[in-house]
Design a binder for this molecule. Sequence first.
Ligand SMILES: [Zn+2]
Length: 392
Amino acid sequence: MRAKRLPAVFVGHEIYRQAAYGSNHPLAIPRVAPVMDLCRALGWLGPGEFQASPRASERELAWFHTGDYVDALRRATEAGVVDIETRERYRLGTMENPLFPGVFERAATSVGGSIRAAELALEGRIAYHPAGGTHHGRPDRAAGFCYFNDPVFAILALLKGGCERVLYVDLDAHHGDGVQDAFADDPRVWTISIHEQGRWPNTGALADVGAGRACNLPVPRGFKDAELGVLLDGVLLPLADRIEPQAVVLTCGADALAGDPLCSMALTNVALWSAVERLADLAPAAVVLGGGGYNPWTVTRYWTGLWGRLSGRKIPTSLPAEARAILAWLRSDLVDDEDVREAWLTTLADAPNDAPTRDEIRRLRDAALAQVDRAAWRQPALAVDLDGGAAR
Ligand SMILES: [Zn+2]
């Protein structure tokens, strides 16, 4: 369990305030900037609690991405256009992964932020980097709104820092495919993803265990709090116990919340805050990232409250005027005005949802446990102990 930790730290950057992704993209909405603003309005970013994210260098980007892809994204950003070959080869300048001014700098900043977050986690602080969580990025191409894969860099930085057992848990509504695949052959990394079944990228089936160290939990529409509790207590925490991770990296996409316009999971932010806290407590080093999320009100409330909980604040039952003004300023083309709930403008914490657990969730839990590769989900035994004695 968690040793006494140093205070949590919020890694952010003003670059996320700039318009991005073009006006017709689901990620055109403001996400990280209103979280920073709301945290400040609540007095939750005191001295020493905020660190500006550095931008990853080309040398750092090469830890995971190919040089020709990094070059292609930089050149496309400078030119503002791509040729057909670049578009097809690197999936850049598409509807999914559009070019916009500063896309290279923005993507490299979120990588730099995740590396910095890992360094801070190694110092014993919970490092919160809500601009992170671009879990679909591939070594040699963009995918699913993700240009680079910053969670991969957080994990690589933890490994470079000496960690030998890193657990990645992905609570975004979409499968964390890019991260799972990145570490398929690395025996120091285990991955667990809870995601909505039948969603893009249509990977992460229950039977997909990668090389043995991956666990995928595809859940049906309407996935609610009690059901998350069943998977947390029944699968995630027992699996974590088996490997005793030295570090955890958590992707906390807000598209798993009720009210997201692109997904159909139905969690409350309160359930997710508690789940993230429990997962962050599993290891001495914890990196907490953002991810997807396409309803600006539910994203902002989730990620602001998550920082509040991680930094030891009490969540207010009602927001002060300055905080309400930030929520009132948000706009979205994907959420109809009449669907904007009053609570999204005046509170942080969602009302409880106490729907019972469906049988299919219990079956999912049991099936996931039954197929766990017990040799892969355990601490690697030391071949020889320090006295040269038998393996343990
Ligand atoms: Zn997502």
